[in-house]
Design a protein around this ligand. Structure first.
Ligand SMILES: Nc1ncnc2c1ncn2[C@@H]1O[C@H](COP(=O)(O)OP(=O)(O)OP(=O)(O)O)[C@@H](O)[C@H]1O
Ligand SMILES: [Mg+2]
Length: 256
């Protein structure tokens, strides 16, 4: 089964009456359980690709199937339910609400979901949130304000939030972009684990170390996928260097 099937996807932005063809007939697939990284120069359309295939932004033309459902034709309400219930999002800028604790930020999407109504459901959500926070090592900051935690902790909290509704797929735009090496490594460890447990992941990154831990890397240039490099699943820390070396050679061929 495919998580995502993208056919002839085009995205054109119009700014000051000028057309900017950002995505030009992109075709791609992400298999269920796969972890795919998207790399490419700045401005090549990576974020735009992530946003259009996840229904955060409209497509100009083409078709996007998410687990067999055509999201390019969905009504806004239907789309936002799907995003809330079946997709998880992680960004470079870690958006959390300022007047809520870390814990409340994490459970919010679950309380917002139609599946999260009623006392029993809420109890379940609270258990799940605690479990996730424990897993990601941030139980002790549950009641902290979002400005009372480190960048790495905040990003791990964002991962908890993205997982609270047990999404089928996670979309991440430079999830480690604002983190130092150590925190970046920890976040990747969590993403790899989540992925091994069955959640499909599509992430955009500039970081070779991050991309080397994915199953497959897509290289996008001028709004088109220029090539792809398949690794297979990342399993052991020992392989990391070798994978980075291979990826580096391939990226050089791609003109990165
Ligand atoms: N909302 C928008 N309105 C108009 N133009 C946009 C919009 N978002 C992106 N663009 C344009 O689309 C192009 C691709 O942008 P995008 O953000 O997808 O690039 P990117 O590959 O993610 O770059 P970076 O690596 O710097 O994040 C750029 O030329 C950008 O100016
Ligand atoms: Mg971007």
């Amino acid at each position: 089964m495919n998580s995502l099937v993208v056919k002839d996807l085009c995205k054109t932005y119009i700014v000051n009456k000028r057309q900017n063809h950002v995505l030009r007939n992109v075709n791609m697939e992400v298999k269920e359980g796969e972890m795919v990284a998207v790399m490419g120069p700045s401005g090549s359309g990576k974020s735009t690709l992530l946003y259009t295939v996840s229904g955060m932004d409209h497509v100009t033309a083409g078709k996007v199937d998410f687990f067999g459902r055509d999201i390019s034709k969905m009504k806004p309400g239907e789309m936002s339910d799907l995003r809330l219930d079946e997709m998880g999002f992680i960004f470079q800028q870690m958006y959390m609400l300022k007047n809520l604790s870390i814990y409340d930020n994490i459970i919010l999407p679950a309380y917002q979901s139609k599946n999260g109504r009623g006392k029993e459901k809420r109890q379940e959500i609270n258990e799940r949130a605690k479990g996730l926070m424990h897993k990601l090592g941030i139980s002790e900051i549950a009641e902290n304000d979002i400005n009372e935690v480190s960048g790495g902790q905040l990003q791990r909290a964002c991962i908890c939030r993205s997982l609270i509704n047990r999404p089928k797929m996670i979309f991440a735009d430079e999830p480690t972009g604002a983190l130092n090496q150590q925190n970046s490594k920890e976040v990747m460890k969590e993403l790899n684990r989540i992925n091994r447990e069955g959640t499909t992941v599509m992430l955009v990154t500039h970081d070779m170390k991050v991309a080397a831990k994915s199953d497959r890397v897509l290289y996008i240039e001028d709004g088109n996928i220029k090539g792809e490099y398949g690794f297979g699943k990342y399993t052991a820390q020992e392989e990391a260097r070798e994978r980075e070396r291979k990826l580096s050679n391939w990226l050089m061929e791609m003109g990165w």
